[in-house]
Design a protein around this ligand. Structure first.
Ligand code: EPU
Length: 423
């Protein structure tokens, strides 16, 4: 297994091109299941998770090919299966996104329950309750959720207790081919949901309320294949903005969408970074000193939970105290113990972490650390870029799930980072 080795303390300078969003690519790939024909998706990031989603679709009979570096042609004309096995689902929870489109098109989907994961219990009850509301029957047995309907799904009103991102996406995909009108109340408003709505509309779906918490879907009888681009990855963008804050320097991020990161940009400015947000690019420059800021994760457009760990790493480098509160997932502080191994002073109190910056003491120092989930791993990279000496991060397959060419992109702006065989 490979590890990442970082020699900290080198400021970053240059340009990083941002990739397509993992969390948009996954539902858009799943949406190709809705209708026969050849779909074209552009700006698809080449990641472990996108490859897993394609592997899953292959098990249903989908064939695909690359056309250029990041364009996929996905042909879902002949579907022969409807079962997502535990082997694949356990490696990627987002596999559950095939439920909605498979039931809508084939009247049947059987998906292994994903189980808990490193950031929380993460049930899928909103997905299944929503499908039930649209008339599907649900059986839970032997760790699988089996969803079926004899005829077509029937539109109804669905209310989410919490605005679930993949829940909203799954039910949108189910509702577009249902009979009648479906209203999703308290829907997620993340940009990735908007990207999916754009794809579904391009396929002939009728959806009102994009970017709002109330989505109205008027079911149609048939859809046609889409040709659409994946939006830029706001979490990758945010991770590199934070990395420049930690390592110092000046970097331009290109092919990104600054308006997707309202909360992070304001927090970084308050922390003393200089940001110039332009059309599809952001210039970030570190300031003379880092100020502590408090963070509370919220659904979009609030501060993203997927940037909480990286921001915590940055806050260990201030000379003040920062309170970081996680409200989305109950167990998303696994990075704390690893950051502590690098000298961070962090105390967890329930859903909050109190971070005492130690810039006045000795700062962070390099250590051997272990990646526990995707974003926790990114926080260790951020910390490693700022730490004195060498940081070795093992279990980097987590990073490969969500960051395209991370080592190459950071080396390209002057970071001393490489991948080595972990013997
Ligand atoms: N929830 C339920 N029941 C459900 C669904 C969700 O209780 O049926 C709860 C969750 O446990 C959580 C909250 O609702 O407390 C919100 O979870 P949500 O469903 O929105 O999360 P998700 O759709 O499973 C997506 C991203 C995550 C990201 C979250 C929150 C994808 C593929 N995944 O997950 O991304 O953290 O939204 O923004 O879009 C990542 O990329 O590292 C990642 C974990």
């Amino acid at each position: 297994m490979d590890k990442i080795v970082i020699e900290g303390g080198h400021p970053l300078a240059g340009e990083i091109r941002i990739s397509g969003a993992k969390n948009a690519a996954l539902p858009l790939i799943a949406a190709t299941l809705l209708t026969p024909g050849v779909h074209t998706l552009h700006n698809v990031p080449d990641l472990r998770d996108t490859r897993t989603m394609l592997l899953l679709l292959e098990t249903f009979g989908v064939v695909w090919e690359k056309s250029g570096k990041n364009t996929l042609k996905i042909n879902s004309t002949n579907l022969s299966g409807h079962e997502a096995s535990y082997d694949l689902v356990k490696t990627m929870r987002a596999s559950v996104l095939v439920l909605g489109p498979l039931v809508a098109r084939m009247g049947r989907a059987k998906v292994s329950l994903p189980g808990g994961c490193a950031i929380g219990a993460r049930p899928i009850n909103f997905h299944t309750l929503g499908l039930q509301k649209l008339g599907a029957e649900i059986n839970l047995e032997k760790g699988y959720v089996d969803v079926f309907i004899d005829d077509r799904l029937q539109g109804d009103t669905i209310y989410f207790d919490i605005p679930s991102v993949t829940g909203t996406e799954n039910l949108l995909m189910a509702a577009v081919l249902a009979k009648g009108t479906t209203t999703i109340k308290n829907a997620a408003r993340e940009p990735e949901v908007g990207n999916l709505i754009d794809m579904l509309v391009a396929m002939g779906a009728r959806i009102e309320g994009r970017d709002t918490a109330r989505l109205v879907v008027h079911g149609v009888d048939r859809l046609t294949p889409a040709d659409i681009s994946i939006i830029p990855d706001r979490i990758e963008t945010g991770t590199y903005l934070i990395a420049v804050g930690a390592a110092g320097g000046e970097v331009r991020l290109t092919h990104c969408e600054p308006s997707f990161l309202p909360a992070l940009c304001e927090k970084l400015k308050a922390a003393g970074l200089h940001l110039e947000e332009e059309d599809q690019s952001i210039l970030v420059r570190s300031g003379t000193s880092l100020q502590s800021v408090d963070i509370k994760t919220m659904v979009y457009p609030g501060f993203p939970t997927d940037l909480q760990a990286q921001m915590m790493a940055l806050m260990t480098l201030t000379d003040g105290t920062s309170v970081i509160t996680e409200t989305i997932f109950e167990n998303r502080f696994m990075h704390v113990a690893e950051l502590q191994r690098m000298g961070a002073m962090i105390k967890v109190d329930g859903s909050s972490a109190i971070v005492r910056g130690n810039s006045k003491d000795e700062g962070l120092h390099g250590a051997q650390v272990m990646a526990t989930d995707l974003r926790a791993s990114a926080s260790l990279v951020v910390a490693g870029l700022a730490a004195k000496g060498k940081t070795e991060i093992s279990r980097i397959y987590h990073l490969e799930r969500g960051y395209e060419n991370l080592v190459e992109k950071l080396s390209g702006v002057g970071a001393k980072i490489c991948r080595k065989k972990d013997i």
